[in-house]
Ligand binder design. Structure first.
Ligand SMILES: NC(=O)c1ccc[n+]([C@@H]2O[C@H](COP(=O)([O-])OP(=O)(O)OC[C@H]3O[C@@H](n4cnc5c(N)ncnc54)[C@H](O)[C@@H]3O)[C@@H](O)[C@H]2O)c1
Length: 442
């Protein structure tokens, strides 16, 4: 006779394979919406839950607010009844599998803020029932699944591995990347017990290639390592940029030349600092946790400092360029091109552009910006700006153009033709043929 554990697990496994489960996705943001869509496309019935009623209304109309999700794809699954959204957690009572994709920011004192995760876990616990699989996808420090989420769920009296199943599977999506999407990026999965791992792998392997690991903590730290690797390598190339700038060497040429080596190097590019919900935040989840083990993660701290210095470096460049032209920042009109934290996306979270604009405004510059994907921005001091429409006049009116994001759709030949001087923090003007004497690289 089968024990309780295997009966609950077997019946859920069977339902997953037969695509008869109801999947709930909590948090329909950059991660949750593409995930909900892919699962709905693969044949699961998906219920999206978000506390933002605007997002919920948009999803139910088939309107995407995430650039990587096409309206037509969303509309198709919504009109077929495969995906619907709600602000009500009551639908969790019907869910067989629940995925948590809520934010994991830092607090004002730069400590992990798990309040969104714990709130979601508390809502799940209120409706928890036997045979459910819960997976956490929000990026977090090692130990969160077993030390934070599991106790909340087990307070109900149900036991993980016997009555319900719990796993961590980090989301690795790279917004704006057309080659690697949610669909074709493999998924790390770590379960609390072997049954949890088996069920989570069964579920994820319906849509993706799965990489099982031995525990949720391994999966949690793997994700943090991936993003720390990026933060550290970006810092390294930013440091090279500081040095090349002093030596009068073009750092972009150096990086491109080094990138021709077919092994032993991966190309990272310098820039005005790091942004987004991952690189400036995730490494600090790891350094915070490391302190509990009396360990100081030196690379992480140093990378954070160097990447912050890159933002200052760009600001100082504006000062130097204007000074060379016998102008001050005070009163100069500065046209910023691109405010998203990287090219071809509309996300300004933690974007260095916002910090640079705030610094320029503090020094009384007359700042305007254009970003084809970001109609307006609000700075930390609550000042709001709207993206201006680009015209020859607007470009000529500026004392200095500052390219902070290299969106592919912009015509850099045209921008260069009419600009007085350009500070290019992204090498966006690399292919511009005429007017190169006006371009200053960072
Ligand atoms: N954006 C990325 O590129 C990316 C990539 C990989 C991993 N991640 C990680 O995924 C997680 C989610 O990030 P995101 O970029 O999708 O965030 P997001 O802010 O775009 O989306 C999160 C959504 O969760 C909703 N929400 C917050 N608390 C909620 C609650 N208690 N109940 C229901 N909904 C709630 C918010 O309204 C929002 O719509 C984070 O841990 C992040 O680090 C993000």
């Amino acid at each position: 006779m089968k024990d309780v554990d295997s009966i609950a697990a077997l019946s859920l496994k069977e339902k997953i394979i037969q695509k008869k489960i109801v999947l709930a996705v909590i948090g329909l943001g950059y991660v949750g919406l593409p995930l909900a869509l892919e699962n709905a496309k693969s044949g699961f019935l998906v219920l999206g839950i978000d506390k933002d009623s605007d997002k919920v209304a948009q999803v139910n109309l088939g309107n995407s607010y995430i650039r990587d999700v096409r309206d037509s794809d969303l509309l198709q699954v919504v009109s077929r009844g495969r995906l619907s959204a709600t602000t009500s957690f009551g639908v969790l009572e019907r869910a067989d599998v629940v995925i948590i994709c809520v934010p994991t920011p830092l607090t004002a004192t730069r400590e992990p803020d798990l309040s969104y995760v714990t709130n979601a876990a508390l809502e799940i616990a209120k409706r928890l029932h036997r045979g459910q699989l819960i997976t956490l996808e929000s990026t977090t420090y090692p130990g969160t699944t077993e030390q934070v989420v599991q106790p909340i769920l087990e307070k109900t009296g149900l036991k993980v591995g016997r009555d319900l199943f719990l796993a961590f599977s980090p989301e690795r999506v790279d917004p704006g990347n057309i080659k690697y999407t949610t669909k074709n990026t493999s998924k790390i999965v770590g379960g609390v017990t072997p049954a949890c791992l088996d069920l989570a792998c069964t579920f994820y392997s319906q849509t993706l290639q799965v990489v099982p690991v031995s525990s949720p903590a391994v999966a949690e730290i793997t994700k943090l390592f991936e993003n720390t690797y990026r933060a550290v390598n970006i810092a390294l190339v930013n440091e090279l940029m500081f040095l090349c700038d002093r030596m009068g060497i073009d750092v972009w040429e150096v990086v491109d030349a080094a990138g021709t080596k077919p092994f032993g190097i991966q190309t990272f590019y310098p820039g005005p600092g790091v942004g987004g919900h991952c690189i400036p935040i995730d490494p600090f989840y790891l350094s915070w946790k490391a302190k509990e083990y009396s360990y100081n993660t030196k690379f992480i701290e140093m990378a954070g400092e160097i990447n912050a210095e890159a933002t200052q470096h760009v600001f100082k460049k504006v000062y130097r360029v204007l000074n060379n032209r016998k102008k001050s920042i005070n009163g100069s009109r500065i046209l910023v091109i691109g405010v998203a934290y990287k090219k071809d996306i509309d996300d300004v979270r933690e974007s260095p552009a916002l910090r640079i604009i705030a610094m320029l405004l503090d020094e009384q510059a007359d700042v305007v910006y254009h970003d084809p994907y970001v109609p307006s921005i609000t700075l930390a001091n609550s000042v709001s700006l709207k993206s201006i429409v680009l015209s020859e006049d607007e470009i000529k009116k500026a004392d200095c153009m500052l390219i902070l994001t290299d969106h592919s759709c912009l015509d850099y030949n045209w921008l260069t033709e009419h600009a007085a001087v350009i500070i290019d923090a992204r090498n966006a003007t690399k292919d511009v043929k005429t007017g190169r004497e006006k371009i200053v690289k960072i």
